[in-house]
Write a protein that binds this ligand. Sequence first.
Ligand SMILES: [Zn+2]
Length: 224
Amino acid sequence: MITITKVLENVYVLKDRTDCCANLVLGKERALLFDTGSGIDDMKRAVRNITKLPLIVIDSHGHFDHIVGNDQFDEVYLSEMDFPIIEAYDTELLNRWMKDLTEETIQPFSMPPREWKCIRRLDFDSFELGDLRCEIIPLRGHTAGSIGIWIPPLRLLLSGDALTPIMCLNFQNHLSKQIQYETLNRVQSMNFDFYLTSHQDKLYPKQLLRTAAGWSNGFQRLYV
Ligand SMILES: [Zn+2]
């Protein structure tokens, strides 16, 4: 089951049973789905219950809990720098992780991500949803190919796991702490008021990042 939270007019967080969140943003002509969750739930149906607009689907990065719902969609864009991450996943690994994330019995995954037909190289740096211009922002650190989506008219940054403090440098495939801090510092010069992360269904104020950047030992304690 997917829990839907409306955080702004036309911006929704869709949280699946493993607490992985996708962000849905509705423009006048198209909708953006940012991440597809762990694949345990029917993300496509949840999206279609909210909007029938044409969809553009983009992954924030290649970690399994953001991309395994991809094959529910025809086309999903992912930074080429994270292709090696998804190519390394096999079904045994995915099914084991899923078992760790949920007590529930689920339909096992039978096709590894490397065999999906839906993956497209993210080869553009902006797009339009209809009165909502979106910019792709590199957010290197959590992974090499981590990206955010900056939506200036909403003063909003979708940040995936890149600005999710408790996980930033714990998973495999991360870059150095220095690069993570550079990303953290760089986003502060951007013009937005709030950001969304991929494991919380609420907006965080940008000021939190400024406080976080001043910490030398990470900033997980800011999130309670
Ligand atoms: Zn991640």
